[in-house]
Write a protein that binds this ligand. Structure first.
Ligand code: URA
Length: 209
C-alpha cells in the first residue's frame, strides 16, 4: 500500500488557513498556492538521489554532493494543478512539465481526456503529479492511469487538501503511488466538494465562477 505523507509544518498550516478563507482574493490565493507548493516540494524531493563530485573551494579540493538519479517531470492536472507548477519548479528548475486535461462526462460520469502533452522520455522520469484537491480521486486515478499507459513507472501525487474518500480510492487504484498532502480534511459533501475545504480551487485561482 502506498504511503500518505501529511505535512506538519507551521508555515504550511498558516498558509492553508488563508487559502481556505472565503475573503482571500485570487491574487493572494495564487501566491499562497505557489508558496505552499514550494514548501511541499521540499518534502516531496527528500528522497532524490545524490552523487559525489569533486570541486575546488577557495581553500582546498573536496568531494561534494549533487542531485543525481532519475530526471524529474512535473505533471499538473488542468486546470487547478497549474497553480502548483511554479512553486515546484522553483525547487526543481530542470524538471520538464507535462499537462493533462480531464473532464467528467456528465452521462457516463467517467473521466475523459481532452488534452495531454508529456515529455517524450516520460518513462525515465520520476513524476510529480499535481492537483490541489483530491476529492473523489477520479481525476487523479485517471491521470495516473493515463501516465502509466504512456510508460510512466515512478510517480508521486501531490495535493494541498484531500478527502479521506479520495485518499482511499487513489491508494486502492494505485498502491505504488505515494500521496503527499498538506491537510486531510473531514469528508466530501453531496456535490463532491471537500469539507471544510476551500471551494473550487480552479475558480479561486483564476477568478472564475
Ligand atoms: N475540486 C475542488 O476544486 N474543490 C473541491 O472541494 C473538490 C474538488
Amino acid at each position: 500500500m502506498s504511503k500518505v505523507i501529511e505535512m506538519n509544518h507551521p508555515l504550511i498550516k498558516h498558509k492553508l488557513t488563508f487559502i481556505r478563507d472565503i475573503n482571500t482574493g485570487s491574487k493572494e490565493f495564487r501566491e499562497l498556492v505557489s508558496e505552499l507548493s514550494m514548501l511541499m516540494g521540499y518534502e516531496v524531493t527528500r528522497d532524490l538521489e545524490l552523487e559525489e563530485i569533486e570541486i575546488d573551494t577557495p581553500v582546498t579540493t573536496m568531494k561534494a554532493q549533487v542531485i543525481a538519479g532519475k530526471k524529474v517531470g512535473i505533471v499538473p492536472i488542468l486546470r487547478a494543478g497549474l497553480g502548483m507548477v511554479d512553486g515546484m519548479l522553483s525547487l526543481i528548475p530542470a524538471a520538464k512539465v507535462g499537462h493533462i486535461g480531464l473532464y467528467r462526462d456528465p452521462e457516463t460520469l467517467k473521466s475523459v481526456e481532452y488534452y495531454c502533452k508529456l515529455p517524450q522520455d516520460i518513462g525515465e522520469r520520476s513524476l510529480i503529479v499535481l492537483d490541489p484537491m483530491l476529492a473523489t480521486g477520479v481525476s487523479a486515478i485517471s491521470a495516473i492511469d493515463l501516465l502509466k499507459g504512456r510508460g510512466a513507472s515512478h510517480m508521486k501525487f501531490v495535493c494541498l487538501i484531500a478527502a479521506p474518500e479520495g485518499i482511499k480510492a487513489l491508494q486502492e487504484a494505485h498502491p505504488d503511488v505515494d500521496i503527499y498532502v498538506a491537510n486531510i480534511d473531514e469528508k466530501l459533501d453531496e456535490h463532491a466538494y471537500i469539507v471544510p475545504g476551500l471551494g473550487d480551487a480552479g475558480d479561486r485561482l483564476f477568478g472564475t465562477k
